[in-house]
Design a binder for this molecule. Sequence first.
Ligand code: NDP
Length: 245
Amino acid sequence: MSNIKNKVVVITGASSGLGEAAARTLSAAGATVVVGARRTDRIEALVSELNAAGGNALAVAVDVTRAEQVQALVDQTVKAFGRVDVLINNAGLMPSSPLEMLKIDDWDRMIDVNLKGVLYGIAAALPVMKEQKSGHIINVSSVSGHKVSPGTAVYAATKHGVRVISEGLRQEVKPYNIRTTIISPGAIATELPDSVSVPEIAAGIKEFYKDAIPADSFARVVAFAIEQPTEVDINEILFRPTSQE
Ligand code: NDP
């Protein structure tokens, strides 16, 4: 993993699930990791653990729905470590429900975190990476970025949007030697389904997650994309539990 060692990697949504797993794997491979989330107790505990194991990690409180906080996450990274090699826009939530229930607050939350949060990450990191003439932006989509099923329309819309934004970004940032990667996981065992409150949707999600795989699967995929030689850009990866439809 020579192309991971000493890279400065910023990860949003690192207080649990996929982001936390990626932080562990990348730190163990020698990256400097900056972990962001709202639950500071969790990211501070993670950073203590990584640093005690010989890593170089920093926790920064961030709400990705606030552009100025995402900017501060990147600014603090540059102040502490001088650069940003990789940004992983991972923070997300999935309070899914049928459209006819008109849960407008949940629609807003998903659009704010899953879509605008990704855009705010790009806005904060892009000027730094352009100046460096190098960088890598990894955006977390989903199998829901490739399809839709009843009850998942808004979540799927945000995850389709993440893929479109990422591909548009890829086409625009080639002159600056910036790589872009979309990662679309299937069912991974994390806290993500906990936000589903509608019983019939929760039942379908429980079925979908019955063969969920551990979060280190995602961490290995992230590491694979980062460790490629600089001239190789892994544009997109879709992966699922082997048993998943
Ligand atoms: P978790 O619920 O375990 O983690 C979600 C993370 O997002 C938490 O660290 C949470 O931190 C963070 N987050 C939520 N809202 C905000 C916010 N406003 N500002 C900053 N951070 C926020 O779920 P996963 O690890 O599974 O999800 C990570 C990503 O993976 C999401 O984008 C999700 O859509 C995607 N994904 C997950 C799949 C799965 O099966 N698990 C499948 C496909 C995609 P905190 O609450 O502390 O702020």
